[in-house]
Write a protein that binds this ligand. Structure first.
Ligand code: PFF
Length: 450
């Protein structure tokens, strides 16, 4: 089975697809508002530590599970630990993917509405108050978000049905480099706004009085979310790596680029927040309100605003494609359903969940569970519970269940080069990551008292 399974065609394709999965709304939409709600600089610092000491080792772990097994996430654990309960990881990952996809595709739909608005010159001449109102009216509306959601899901279908090489890899190769260029332009523009120094110190100056255990959990959750960790995505992509791909190097590249984009998003957004008197803790609407303000102050605003939202939508697309790929590969390989049918099925299920999430912000906002609407609940449960749990299980699997020889051979590509991090990696997945994740999780949910 493994020999005729497809692989990414080129080294660049591997990086583009993995970075394409990691870089998305998590960096540009979620990171700034999480940082904004959790005190800025202190959150950033904790976030960076999480990426370095938990994120990178776990990315490597997922990659190596994928490449060893050449399987979808469920099949991978079944193959590597036959006769055990580890196969459950498949179902857990698929569940996490659906939960994330259901709110993520709604936001992605919003980004397409903003492309449309930009094309129609809809931001021009509007004050901050008007932009805020326009956003609220749109996002709480019943039908228009659903229209864009449907369109976005169709785009996913076309790419995934195209397959790994022609669909995912080609799309990522084209889109990702563009995104970097445009982010740089926006960062530079933001740095010349009057609120730049205030914005920069909010983002970079840690205020530890804001740090508590729930901030810690949010930072871990955000790191996992942003790196696409803990839900089988990097296992699935790892299964398409060729035997020449260097796992450690690829993992570091993905983590560094992903973090860079998150920081650039912060640099782009916080100066604008302070310039236009927007609350940094505004929440999910932050990007949609701050950026149209920034565009208006730029020469060539019309083109920049279109470009920005097109790229945000495409960054979202390369991420959702990676989540759909987890589900598609799982259903296709484990249940022997054709790839096209598996894709269509997962998109249909996601559509239903997406509709629920979208309506839960508008007409159904009174329906809450644990004090959250469905949208926030799915976000909280996936990022703060399922992803850390997935990460914990991956680290235990590589630490204790997987044969150490396999880990070594995977890290060194069958001893074709030397690595210094074999032992540190084992230490992290055996002891550090499990203990850290459990402690942060328990304190984050208030186990040790608030
Ligand atoms: N990492 C993506 C982002 O930051 O937008 C979101 C994501 C993609 C999460 C794939 C999980 C995943 F498996």
């Amino acid at each position: 089975m493994s020999s005729n399974r497809t692989t990414f065609a080129t080294k660049l394709g591997v990086i583009a697809a993995a970075v394409g999965s990691a870089v998305g709304l998590g960096n540009i939409w979620r990171f700034p508002y999480e940082a904004g709600q959790s005190g800025g600089g202190a959150f950033l610092l904790i976030y960076l530590i999480c990426v370095a000491v938990l994120g990178i080792p776990l990315i490597i772990s997922e990659f190596l599970i994928g490449r060893t097994s050449h399987s979808n996430v469920g099949g991978a654990f079944k193959k590597l630990a036959p006769g055990s309960h580890w196969g459950i990881m498949g179902y857990m990952s698929v569940l996490a993917c659906f939960l994330i996809l259901s709110f993520y595709t709604v936001i992605a739909g919003w980004t397409i509405e903003y492309v449309y608005q930009a094309v129609m010159n809809g931001f021009s001449g509007k004050s901050t108050v008007e932009l805020t109102q326009a956003f609220t009216d749109f996002s709480t509306d019943t039908y228009s978000p659903l229209f864009w959601l449907t369109l976005f899901l169709l785009a996913n279908y076309l790419i995934i049905a195209g397959g790994v090489k022609n669909g995912i890899e080609k799309a990522s190769n084209i889109m990702m480099p563009f995104l970097f260029v445009i982010l740089i332009v926006f960062c530079v523009r933001s740095l010349f706004l009057p609120g730049a120094s205030e914005g920069m110190s909010f983002l970079f100056k840690p205020d530890f009085s804001k740090v508590n255990s729930s901030v810690l959990l949010s930072a871990v959750g955000q790191a996992f979310f942003s790196l696409s960790l803990g839900m089988g995505c990097l296992i699935t992509y790892g299964s398409y790596f060729s035997k020449e791909t260097k796992l450690g190097k690829t993992a570091v590249t993905v983590a560094v680029l992903d973090t860079l984009v998150a920081i650039m998003a912060g640099i782009m957004i916080f100066p604008a927040v302070f310039t236009y008197g927007i609350e940094p803790s505004q929440g999910p609407s932050l990007v949609f309100i701050t950026l149209p303000n920034v565009f208006q102050q730029m020469p060539g605003a019309y083109i920049w605003s279109i470009l920005f939202f097109v790229l945000l939508a495409t960054a979202a697309l390369t991420s959702t494609v990676s989540m759909f790929e987890v589900i598609t590969a799982f259903v296709h390989e484990e249940y022997k359903i054709s790839r096209k049918k598996a894709t269509a099925l997962s998109i249909l299920v996601c559509f239903v969940f997406g509709v629920v999430c979208s309506l839960s912000i508008g007409p159904w906002k009174e329906y809450t569970l644990f004090g959250m609407n469905i949208f926030d609940l799915f976000d909280y449960v996936s990022a703060n519970i399922l992803l850390p749990l997935g990460g914990l299980l991956v680290s235990l699997f590589v630490g204790y269940r997987l044969d150490k020889k396999i880990t070594y051979m995977q890290l060194t590509n069958d001893e074709s080069y030397k690595v210094w991090y074999y032992k540190p990696l084992l230490f992290i997945v055996r002891y550090f990551a499990p203990i850290a994740i459990v402690l942060i999780f328990l304190s984050g949910i208030g186990f040790f008292g608030k």
